[in-house]
Ligand binder design. Structure first.
Ligand code: FE2
Length: 170
């Protein structure tokens, strides 16, 4: 079981130093699951920002605004996942090259995109994201309930945004 460990030692000047850490977590299992979600959230935010800029049509206003809200939620989720990795002593990798090569999300089209297509593309992406998050939740249950809880919260937000986006499809 995971446990909190505090090690007391003396530094070079003889001062007492306490190092606190989380030990006993199966970081080999946790890291790839959280890293995958981090990549998808970062890519999802970048793709939706692109659509925020390129959406065109009679429903431009609300979609343009809504996309920025979703981007903010995904970025916030990515930050939480990256910092959870760090708290476990694992370095997150959110570099653009890593995200580009590891993502499984469909790329946003080049150029301007009709508002109706943007709604469909965004719904498809949020649906795909939700599926990946559900897989992560399933994988984390036995190894780190705290990370699992984090993904559950992000999934709830993604699925809420999916509902709102789909509602625009009629
Ligand atoms: Fe903007």
């Amino acid at each position: 079981m995971p446990r909190l460990v505090a090690e007391v030692r003396n530094d070079k000047l003889g001062e007492r130093v306490v190092k606190r850490a989380i030990r006993g977590r199966e970081t080999g299992k946790i890291a790839p699951l959280l890293q995958k979600v981090l990549v998808l959230l970062l890519d999802g935010a970048a793709q939706l920002k692109q659509l925020h800029w390129t959406v065109k049509g009679p429903h431009f206003g609300p979609i343009h605004t809504k996309l920025d809200e979703i981007v903010d939620r995904l970025r916030s989720g990515a930050d939480d996942v990256a910092e959870r990795l760090t708290a476990l002593g694992i370095a997150p990798d959110g570099r653009t090259g890593t995200v580009a090569s590891a993502t499984s999300l469909k790329a946003a089209p080049e150029g301007f995109v009709a508002d109706s297509s943007v709604v469909t593309l965004t719904s498809d992406m949020l649906f795909a994201l939700s599926g990946e998050l559900q897989a992560g939740i399933g994988g984390l249950g036995d190894v780190d309930p705290v990370s699992q809880d984090l993904l559950i919260g992000i999934t709830a937000e993604v699925e809420k945004q999916l509902w709102m986006m789909q509602a625009q499809e009629g």
